[in-house]
Design a protein around this ligand. Structure first.
Ligand code: ZN
Length: 412
């Protein structure tokens, strides 16, 4: 299956340009200004399509959408790449548990994901690549690692030797005990017999009876999880790209191991100049996750008639670095805010919106401070609705500011 991205929403250019983006960097644990060239290069890990987007996913992709919008507003072209894990154990497990064909399950959920992203007005990636369609380049990448001498085999499966990765652990800054715990929790196999080190991870899984496999120079099999992202990102963006990101449950092992692979395969470093991770969204006191079954899906909300712009505003009310819990009150507040903004955008004369544009720009550039940006729009809307202001151009500039920078369309 060849992946298609989803349709792009229109982005109208605003007067002048915004400033450079400063955000938290996982590796240094500090705020840093990202300094891309003319083209900013970003890779964000995609979903495993046994489910489409729950609100935790939506919050993550929204965060990187804001990065994309801030960069474009600052005058950069953005080269954005995202993968889809369209073959992996969790997908096969879900297909088997529910009696579905794994390919049909994946195709259906990917389509729902595209519709969710388009409805939320997330700017699509330039390359949206599945593992299946990228099999040759992933197998080639594993062969490169093997040629570097950093791999070994266990019963025909190919493993990466963590001890051979210079600086392994420097991305997540975790000690070995914490690494082992997370590795076991998040798809790793620390206890497998025959491995040299418990932390060594699977690059290539030789064919098993009854499992899908592909013919490659490595033999028949399929890739492990981390290597798909390092192979695709190196292929599409090269090394030293500007930003690598995802949910904060990807810091270890996924991004640590992926960075080790990319650096060893290419002999250069870093894989990315900046790593950005988004906090989890919870429900009823627990992290929203498949294993806990406490998921709220974007598609369910859409089906129930919720305005996707209200969903987007509900997510925007939270900061990307703070874990939070979804409640129905979030949505009600967002719906009221959306109504007020729409009413304010429809007045004939309003207060000058140029100071509003400046405030929204500086709030987003300042570690994606969405709460401050929303408060600035609220203030302008209150003033416009109270009848103050005499600028006939202001409502149009307010609409473009909210649309271009926050991705919220105010037309009905
Ligand atoms: Zn990834």
């Amino acid at each position: 299956m060849v992946m298609r991205s989803w349709p792009a929403p229109t982005v109208v250019a605003l007067p002048d340009h915004g400033g450079p983006l400063s955000v938290h960097d996982t590796v240094t644990g500090s705020r840093r200004t990202i300094t891309p060239g003319a083209t900013a290069r970003m890779y964000v890990c995609g979903i495993t399509p046994y489910d489409a987007a729950h609100l935790g996913h939506a919050f993550t992709y929204l965060t990187f959408d804001l990065v994309n919008r801030v960069w474009r507003d600052a005058g950069h072209t953005v080269d954005y790449v995202q993968n889809i894990t369209d073959i992996d154990d969790p997908l096969l497990e879900r297909a088997a548990a529910t009696g579905q064909d794994w390919q049909e399950l994946a195709a259906r959920e990917i389509q729902v994901f595209r519709e969710d992203m388009a409805a939320l007005r997330i700017l699509p990636p330039r390359a949206f690549l599945g593992v299946v369609e990228s099999m040759d380049l992933i197998a080639d990448f594993v062969a490169r690692l093997r040629a570097q001498g950093v791999t070994y085999e266990v019963d025909g499966d190919i493993y990466f030797s963590a001890a051979d990765a210079p600086g392994f652990g420097s991305l997540s800054q975790l000690d070995r005990t914490a690494m082992l715990e997370l590795f076991a929790e998040r798809g790793g196999d620390p206890g497998r017999a025959g491995k040299k080190d418990q932390l060594d991870w699977l690059l290539w899984r030789a064919e098993r009876p009854g499992e899908p496999a592909w013919d490659t120079p490595l033999g028949r099999g399929r890739p492990g999880w981390h290597v798909e992202c390092s192979a695709i990102s190196v292929h599409e963006l090269g090394m030293g790209f500007d930003l690598n990101g995802g949910g904060d449950d990807l810091i270890f092992p996924h991004h640590e191991m992926g960075a080790a692979e990319a650096c060893c395969a290419t002999g250069s470093r870093p894989q990315a100049r900046h790593y950005l991770h988004v906090a989890m969204v919870g429900l009823d006191g627990e992290k929203m996750s498949k294993s806990r079954g406490n998921l709220v899906f974007v598609s369910q909300l859409r089906k129930a008639g919720t305005d996707p712009m209200a969903i987007r505003l509900a997510l925007l009310a939270h900061h990307y670095r703070t874990a939070w819990e979804w409640t129905d009150a979030d949505l009600r507040t967002a719906e009221q805010r959306l109504e007020r903004w729409r009413a304010a955008a429809a007045v004939e004369n309003a207060p000058d919106a140029r100071p509003l544009l400046a405030r929204v720009r500086s709030a987003l550039a300042d570690d994606l401070d969405t709460a401050t940006a929303l408060a600035a729009v609220d203030e302008w809307a209150d003033a416009a609705l109270s009848g103050s202001g005499d600028d006939p151009d202001a409502p149009a500039l307010m609409r473009t500011t909210v649309d271009t920078l926050l991705g919220v369309a105010l037309d009905r």
